[in-house]
Design a protein around this ligand. Structure first.
Ligand code: GLU
Length: 474
């Protein structure tokens, strides 16, 4: 390769959702461009007018934004370039590298039958009809005059050298009967015009690489470097499908995964840096090489993704986690009140240790957000014997004087237990139940800090018989 600046691109078709495979393709293109100091572009392949709604395009743009993989330039919309694609087809005609094929649909159907019976690809008599009628008004398609003998070699950065026998490739259609350009023509013209040097995409396009090479050659253009990525399979090794759960990027968002966790995870799907499980974007950018991608299908592994997500949840700023958890709670119609934000910010760092997703984080904070009086489950009620209630009354008075920090409260609870001559186990579970209403909660001191002084004391008071109330000054 010459010293051209590396230009990569992703070229998704708007289908209404953004597949996780597309996200990984985007990531690898982005990483490679970053590694090489190049450019990473986006082309929206919106030639299917029915599917390419504004909403479907937005899904892709939103997905890339969420993943932090926005392109370096404004997207190119393929449909808007149809005239340019036609122009290239006409130039190929003028060069004799393409020809008009006037086979009627019936004739084509017959030829297909014959080709199938003879075990060969479709051929048309118009390829060699030199000097025959070339009437542009008679219905026809424009086909590429592709080589019929020899081989086309794809020197693929991931798959190695892949060889296609040209006899197995038919003369691909460039313009349909209605004059619209076909997919392979549009891709080549766009990639060429966008200056794309590296085409990194799913290996379902490997055969297209051979066909597209013929167009490049016919135009005398440089072919890009090819890199075809293996598919992503489900944990069972089968092609990823609905059965395996989430497939769309938005679903991973809805399930409470952080974009940086998904990025780290996707980078590991087919590529890796030794045994490193966790790496930052900066490390991935410094290490990534398309040649290190493995050719075999990658398997989705939910345990690994959960592990990474937990890692990034533990690293995240509490304010950001609070935003995410607020969104989860809103989606659950949980009523948020003034002051809940502060509760979230101080509670999240105390409960995030084991959380695999932001949905689990939301479950882990509800104890602190509940409104009084809390509904106590039977189990907690059962723990509230008269003895325990009066002890909780004394405890409330005792800790009220403490500084409201985890360390101070822990010490205060310990000294209270000593003063009472009992173990913490004697009243701890009941206290926890009264504070949390039976929801998951961190240790006692953590729960008290999360809930806050006044609210904690009030929750304890709510659970006490009237005669014990005197012990609590509120
Ligand atoms: N539009 C194609 C797809 O969504 C990608 C084409 C390409 O990357 O060359 O599968």
């Amino acid at each position: 390769m010459s010293e051209r600046q590396v230009v990569t691109r992703i070229a998704p078709s708007p289908t209404g959702s953004m597949h996780i495979g597309t996200a990984r393709t985007a990531l690898f293109n982005w990483l490679y461009a970053r590694r090489m100091g190049g450019k990473y572009l986006l082309r929206i392949e919106d030639t299917d007018r029915e599917r390419s709604t504004e909403a479907a395009v937005k899904v892709i743009l939103d997905g890339l934004t969420w993943l932090g993989l926005e392109p370096d330039e404004a997207p190119v919309f393929q449909f808007s370039r149809a005239d340019r694609h036609r122009e290239v087809a006409l130039e190929l005609l003028a060069r004799g590298a393409a020809y008009r094929d006037y086979m009627t649909p019936d004739e084509l159907a017959e030829e297909r039958e014959r080709a199938r019976a003879e075990g060969r690809v479709v051929r048309t008599p118009w390829r060699d009809a030199n000097g025959g009628p070339m009437d542009p008004d008679r219905p026809h398609v424009v086909r590429l005059r592709a080589p019929q003998s020899g081989e086309t070699r794809i020197d693929d950065q991931v798959k190695g050298e892949v060889v296609f026998r040209n006899v197995d490739l038919d003369d691909l259609i460039l313009l349909r009967t209605d004059g619209t350009p076909t997919y392979n023509l549009a891709v080549v013209v766009d990639d060429h015009d966008m200056g794309v040097t590296h085409v990194i995409r799913g290996d379902d396009h490997l055969t297209n690489a051979a066909r597209q090479t013929h167009i490049y050659q016919a135009m005398g253009w440089d072919t890009p470097v090819w890199a075809h990525l293996p598919m992503i399979h489900g944990p069972d090794g089968k092609k990823l499908s609905k059965r395996h759960g989430a497939q769309a990027v938005s679903e991973f968002d809805d399930m409470g995964y952080l974009p940086e966790a998904l990025r780290n995870y996707l980078a590991k799907l087919g590529w890796g840096h030794g045994d490193d499980e966790i790496f930052s974007d900066a490390q991935a950018r410094a290490w990534f090489d398309i040649r290190d991608v493995v050719g075999a299908p990658a398997r989705l592994d939910w345990d690994k993704l959960n592990h990474l997500n937990n890692h990034y949840i533990r690293l995240a700023e509490p304010e950001r986690l609070a935003d995410l958890v607020e969104a989860v709670l809103k989606s659950r119609d949980w009523p948020l009140h003034d002051g809940d934000r502060e509760i979230l910010v101080r509670t999240l760092p105390l409960v995030r240790e084991g959380a695999r997703t932001t949905l689990e984080l939301a479950d882990a904070v509800v104890f602190a957000l509940k409104r009084r009086p809390l509904e106590l489950p039977d189990k907690v009620r059962g723990q509230l014997t008269e003895e325990t209630r009066s002890r909780l009354g004394r405890l409330a008075a005792w800790i009220e004087e403490a500084e409201w920090t985890p360390a101070a409260l822990e010490a205060s609870i310990r000294s209270f237990a000593e003063a009472e001559g009992v173990g913490i186990g004697k009243f701890g579970p009941a206290l926890r139940g009264v504070l949390s209403g039976g929801s998951p909660a961190p240790d006692l001191a953590g729960a008290l800090v999360s809930i806050g002084r006044d609210e904690s004391l009030a929750r304890i008071r709510d659970a006490l018989p009237n005669e014990a109330l005197g012990a609590i000054r509120l």
